[in-house]
Design a protein around this ligand. Structure first.
Ligand code: 6PG
Length: 240
């Protein structure tokens, strides 16, 4: 596991993008799972503004690590956010975008999306293995849409699960731990002081944290893991 600490969110976006470009340069095509929430929004804006032409976007097939069970027109939709901040601004072939149909029946959609992954993504040990998997972390230590109260879902035998937001009750489709840890390159992007306590707990007391927080269970079987964080999120880490 590597930790890259950036001065601020702009530098975090830059560091992640340079990391992604290195991986892109080594392969003909890339499967990339986007995370949702607000952190990736600024990354997508950064890409649209500074990298519309120097990244071969046509090499990338876009997926999601999770999606809220809402229509694609709903402001809660991770697809809607990516469309407005990235796809509408950088020419990306429609056939390279594999959205999760959050508006469908959640259990049925989790199964359908798992079939899409099996069809579109190369497998490692029989499990679809993303070339790049983006994740975020909530203040409660959730990642993708696996929340601490439902940490058992991490160990599902399924490739995709249906999670439930602990406060709103919103259903969400999410990759399971099995699929997350099968990825070749996993990046967890974390920004802001509100996450500093969890970052410290997960980085410095991983064993106990793994019992409580899904984000602590991200540990690629054979792939790489990089935590990209800004100074605020890293502020409680013991000095190197
Ligand atoms: C989602 C995400 C979720 C997110 C964290 C952090 O659909 O919301 O995938 O896991 O990454 O909640 O979100 P922020 O970046 O908004 O803090």
């Amino acid at each position: 596991m590597k930790i890259k600490i950036a001065e601020d969110i702009a530098s975090l976006n830059k560091a992640f993008t340079e990391w992604m470009k290195t991986i892109l340069s080594q392969q003909e095509e890339i499967t990339l799972a986007l995370s949702g929430g607000s952190t990736p929004k600024s990354l997508f804006d950064y890409w649209a503004k500074h990298h519309a032409t120097d990244i071969d976007w046509e090499k990338i097939k876009f997926f999601w690590s999770d999606e809220r069970c809402v229509p694609p027109t709903d402001n809660e939709s991770n697809y809607k956010m990516a469309k407005e901040h990235l796809f509408d601004r950088i020419a990306i072939p429609e056939e390279h975008i594999f959205r999760i149909y959050g508006e469908n029946d959640p259990e049925k959609e989790a199964k359908r999306y798992a079939e899409v992954l099996k069809r579109e993504i190369k497998t490692v040990n029989g499990i679809p293995s993303f070339d790049i998997l983006m994740l975020g972390m909530g203040e409660d230590g959730h990642t993708a849409s696996i929340f601490p109260l439902q940490i058992h879902l991490w160990d599902s035998e399924e490739l995709c699960i249906v999670g439930t937001h602990p406060i709103t009750g919103q259903k969400r489709i999410s990759l399971s731990g099995k699929t997350i840890n099968a990825a070749q390159n996993v990046a967890i992007l974390v920004a802001g002081e509100a996450k500093a306590d969890k970052v410290k707990e997960i980085i410095e007391s991983k064993e106990t944290a793994q019992k409580r927080y899904p984000a602590a269970k991200v540990s690629p079987t054979s792939g790489n893991l990089v935590w990209f964080m800004d100074r605020e999120a890293a502020k409680k880490l013991a000095a190197e």
